[in-house]
Design a binder for this molecule. Structure first.
Ligand SMILES: [Zn+2]
Length: 77
């Protein structure tokens, strides 16, 4: 019974690089997941316009591009 893996045919150096590369990929995926979870949408309560992302990054005088109401009229989705 062999404990074969995709790394079997690689030299030690190549194996290390392959494992490192896989780890990096997993790490990046984890980062993307974190970003996705933090992503929120704000919906205009007046016209239903959806602002993608937090309104915190918008200026204080940000208004809905459709109906012109301020941030106060947006609700986190
Ligand atoms: Zn609106």
């Amino acid at each position: 019974m062999t404990n074969s893996s995709k790394y079997d045919n690689l030299t030690l150096e190549e194996g290390v690089l392959a494992v490192f590369s896989d780890c990096l990929t997993l790490f990046r995926k984890a980062l993307v997941c974190d970003t996705m979870e933090e992503k929120v949408n704000y919906v205009c309560l007046v016209c239903g316009y959806v602002h993608e992302g937090s309104l915190d990054s918008e200026p204080e005088d940000y208004v809905c591009p459709v109906c012109g109401v301020g941030k106060d009229s947006f609700e986190k989705q």
